[in-house]
Ligand binder design. Structure first.
Ligand SMILES: [Zn+2]
Length: 164
């Protein structure tokens, strides 16, 4: 596994290949757009991509889906139902396949949405909270392992979104 943490612009994936620019900037720009007062019609469509990506990327990793499916509103707010791993307050768990799969599926929402419409309205902040909470159960928050895992898992999520 190759990591180049000192390079602010590039991320390397699980297989060591260049994955693309860091995603932190996308998160920041999307959060800024969340303050818009009127719903942009594109929100609903991009929200569809967001939730669809969750279930597709969950599915290809073997995470069970549930019968509730996907719900969306005109703001593009939505929820996708699959059996994700919820943070439970554990510490120093280390590598955890279940948490990693959930992080990959959770990140896929806004990665897919950004391909359609940069700066989504829907609940990316909640997704990011869940990702960070699960990472913090595996590794001390802010440690090199924490950042390594985050970048690698986001990179894998992007790879799966582009593949499917
Ligand atoms: Zn989401």
């Amino acid at each position: 596994m190759t990591h180049h943490l000192n390079d602010a612009r590039r991320v390397y994936g699980i297989d060591g290949t260049l994955c693309g620019p860091r995603l932190d900037g996308l998160i920041a720009s999307c959060q800024r757009w969340n303050s818009a007062v009127e719903p942009n019609p594109k929100y609903a469509r991009s929200g569809g991509y967001h939730e669809a990506a969750h279930v597709v990327v969950a599915g290809v990793q073997g995470i069970p889906l549930t019968e509730k499916g996907i719900h969306l509103d005109r703001w593009g707010n939505g929820i996708a139902h699959y059996l994700d791993r919820k943070p439970d307050g554990s510490v120093n768990v280390g590598t955890s396949a279940e948490r990693e799969k959930t992080i990959i599926a959770t990140a896929s929402g806004w990665i897919a949405q950004n391909r359609v419409f940069p700066c989504p309205q829907s609940g990316a902040a909640q997704d990011i909270d869940q990702i960070n909470a699960l990472l913090t159960e595996m590794y001390p928050e802010g440690s090199p392992s924490w950042y390594n895992a985050k970048e690698t898992l986001l990179c894998e999520s992007r790879r799966l979104v582009e593949l499917h």
